[in-house]
Design a protein around this ligand. Structure first.
Ligand code: SAM
Ligand code: SF4
Ligand code: FES
Length: 349
């Protein structure tokens, strides 16, 4: 059986050719289940049964960019905008710590209001108050900014390249450049951050060939964390009538990435849980080992609308913390203690 041969090769070498990746992406039925079983086995052997939680703080819904798929794009005049002030962000981080989180993810649109100095000050204040790892997810900045954030104490940086198809990248990111995004990712890595990148699954016109290239680019960038999720059309964007991304294809991408990057951190994303009520569980069963619940106040959660129907939008942070823990336990796994640093990153140091 060809699938088994390829999976055995991936299991033993953690390498796959583009054709082999495309073949795995096309699997259905029993062979697809076999892919998921291999990925789950690799996950268990390399990163174990611990599932690490990240407390997500979405601190600004302003964005200067105009990504075609995103509800926060600057042309969306109906988007509700907010900015959290420094003290408020630190308070939310403290609350996240109090309910057990040991990593906070500071995420926002690309909002120039948060200058280098403001971001550095937020990082320092959080680190002075609580013992957490800090992940930034605030988009493209200058080398000097990334350097300053790292020196201020930021540990990790998450920025998807979204698609490796340059024609599609140009089409869906007016005024932005694929080359610049990749350069930013290389700077981030060179500065010693734990690097997280990834892509969207199901953008209009994206092909299986593109997805295989996306997977290979994550591999080439030697990502310590991988963030991938299905595209969900937002009604106030140019892609409003596009088809929704496939949960199944997303799960296959997670599984293949687990085979290629056995000790990287891979989240089961909120978008996956939004499209399928069991999406996060399915992700955790085919390679994922991270979940990123939102810890913001309800008044902000509603306004950070990247796509419609987001889960947990009416749940407070304490409820989500309990809910996610019971999901993890129901899968025979446990909540990881400590920072949950990427093993991929740790072993390279
Ligand atoms: N502005 C920063 C950036 O773009 O890197 C960070 C925040 S951005 C909202 C985080 C991620 O949301 C993006 O990388 C993108 O993949 C995802 N996203 C945006 N719109 C989406 C949609 N309609 N469906 C699924 N994911 C979406
Ligand atoms: Fe802005 Fe990020 Fe949304 Fe693009 S994906 S519009 S950069 S928030
Ligand atoms: Fe938010 Fe289940 S994780 S309600």
């Amino acid at each position: 059986m060809k699938a088994k041969e390829i999976l055995d090769k991936a299991y033993n070498t953690h390498k796959l050719s583009k054709d082999e990746i495309k073949f795995l992406l096309s699997l259905e039925g029993e062979e697809k289940e076999l892919l998921f079983e291999y990925a789950d086995r690799v996950r268990k052997e390399y990163v174990g049964d611990d599932v690490y939680l990240r407390g997500l703080i979405e601190f600004s819904s302003y964005c200067k960019n105009d990504c075609f798929y995103c509800g926060l794009r600057r042309s969306n005049k109906e988007a509700q905008r907010y900015r959290m002030q420094e003290d408020e962000i630190v308070e939310v981080a403290k609350r996240a710590y109090a309910i057990g989180y040991r990593t906070v993810v500071l995420q926002s649109g690309e909002d120039p209001y948060y200058t280098k100095d403001r971001i550095c000050s937020i990082i320092k204040k959080i680190k002075e108050n609580i013992d957490v790892a800090i992940t930034l997810s605030i988009g493209e900045r200058s080398y000097e900014d990334y350097k300053a954030f790292r020196e201020a104490g930021a540990d990790r940086y998450l920025m998807r390249f979204e698609t490796s198809n340059k024609v599609l990248y140009q089409k869906y990111h007016p005024g932005m450049s694929f080359e610049n995004r990749i350069e930013c990712l290389r700077w981030i890595k060179s500065l010693g951050y734990e690097l997280g990148t990834g892509f969207l699954i199901g953008l209009p016109e994206q092909t299986i060939d593109d997805l295989a290239d996306d997977i290979l680019l994550v591999y080439e960038l030697d990502s310590d964390m991988v963030g991938i999720g299905p595209f969900i059309p937002h009604p106030q964007t140019p892609l409003k009538d596009a088809e929704v991304g496939s949960v199944d294809l997303t799960l296959k991408c997670i599984a293949i990435l687990r085979l290629l990057l056995p000790d990287s951190n891979i989240p089961a994303t909120t978008a996956l849980g939004t499209l399928d009520p069991l999406g996060r569980q399915k992700g955790l069963k085919c390679g994922a080992n991270i979940v990123m619940p939102n810890v913001n106040d309800l008044k902000y959660k509603l306004k950070y609308e990247l796509y419609p129907g987001k889960i947990c939008i009416n749940e407070d942070a304490t409820k989500c913390r309990g809910c996610i823990e019971s999901i993890i336990i129901s899968l025979g796994r446990k909540v990881g203690q400590g920072y949950g640093q990427s093993r991929h990153y740790r072993l390279k140091k």
